[in-house]
Design a protein around this ligand. Sequence first.
Ligand code: FAD
Length: 445
Amino acid sequence: VVIGGDAGGMAAASQLRRLQPDAEIVVLEKGRWTSYSACGIPYLIGGQISALDHLVARTPEEFRAQRIDVRMQHEATAIDLDARTVEVHNLERGRTFALGFAQLHLATGATPRRPEVPGIDGPHVHAVQTLADAASLLADAEQNRPQRVCVIGVGYIGLELAESFLMRGAEVTVVDRAAHAMASLDADMGALVAQAMRRHGITMRLEESVMGIDHAAVTTNEREIPADLVILGTGVRPNTTMLGECGIPLGSTGGVVVDRRQQTSIPGVFAAGDCCESRHLVSGKPVNVALGTYANKQGRVAGINMGGGYATFPGVAGTAVTKLCATEIGRTGLNESEASAAGFEYVSAKIDATTWAGYLDGPPITVKMLAERRTGRVLGAQIVGGSGAAKRIDVVATALAARMTADDVAALDLGYAPPFSTVWDPVAVAARQLLGRLTEGGASR
Ligand SMILES: Cc1cc2nc3c(=O)[nH]c(=O)nc-3n(C[C@H](O)[C@H](O)[C@H](O)COP(=O)(O)OP(=O)(O)OC[C@H]3O[C@@H](n4cnc5c(N)ncnc54)[C@H](O)[C@@H]3O)c2cc1C
């Protein structure tokens, strides 16, 4: 039995089917869609995608053709590990029944955090996690044509939806109680994102807390912000409420604890995606990073192991890319506060360059990189810049996986031609600067 019909669940079900043609596989999905791209929702709202169905990679019918028994609008409500049953509520018919399992796979995803303020459940306040959320947001946007949109919280989802509403011609205000945009970046790099947001016409209200929301405005501790539609970009937490006290262990992050084969400590019970914890490749600590790229990979690993094969998930570096109009953002590994919390003594370097040759009007790029002081091992990087900036973070992500030093990264054989890069790629320039800091005994923490 698989609970959850998106990335972490269907990747597992598909692998299991491949390995065990005769296995009886039941997928419980409380919503109306399977295998959809939540990552594409901002582009649906912004109008670059014309219909919600385009975000569905595979329909329930396609899975059923593979003899995967997908039961839509069926919610798992409890688990009995002794009886090895799941309590299931059929939302359409209002019936509840018990379903037995030999193996169980949890892929229930994440739940948006909702600040506890008056008006948070109003009809124009939207948290965006599933396609049902996207459908409701799109209907509100099309029927009511909001002129003034307020985004609360500026992580990548808040940023991307701010862009979507700019594209719809709305005035956008962003409120965040933090002093800079994007908590996954250091303050200096987050400040570059905030600058870009202002440049693109977004009103930034940083270091302000939301006190209440009504049909026409968001009230902060400083002011009233007129808004006909409100987006919550306040982050997510693992969706594990349904597990209750059933005995499947949760970790310090609130996610399901799994081993490298995505198995919990309960034999035959697996988990993947936003609902579970991962091991951070650099800090070694348990983390819960809600990204589709992990949900797909972890689901595949769980499915192979459920099918009697052998696969492991190595861990996550927290590599993420996003954009606001022409400004691209990438990050991987540890930022300064994470490196300190993990006990590393580190040095950092930050460089400004262009993504391709300056004489071809290459757009600006800023690269910040951190390395461990004693060993020179690269710990993480952040990039903000124009076209071609974000995906350069993959070079650093690869360096993290290979435990490379700043010296190694500076010497990498990275491609160069004027329309793509400067002679020394900005990532190599940052690594060289870092090397200088490491050898000169300069500022370290
Ligand atoms: C707007 C947006 C943009 C994003 N952009 C990116 C991006 O660019 N890159 C990236 O890597 N990631 C991105 N993500 C994150 C990515 O979408 C998630 O990490 C991914 O969808 C997680 O997959 P999952 O299968 O773990 O959970 P989900 O996709 O949340 O799926 C869980 C499913 O389980 C169902 N379910 C939950 N509880 C029950 C229950 N009790 N019974 C039955 N069914 C249940 C839910 O209805 C849901 O369909 C984005 C997310 C959003 C919302």
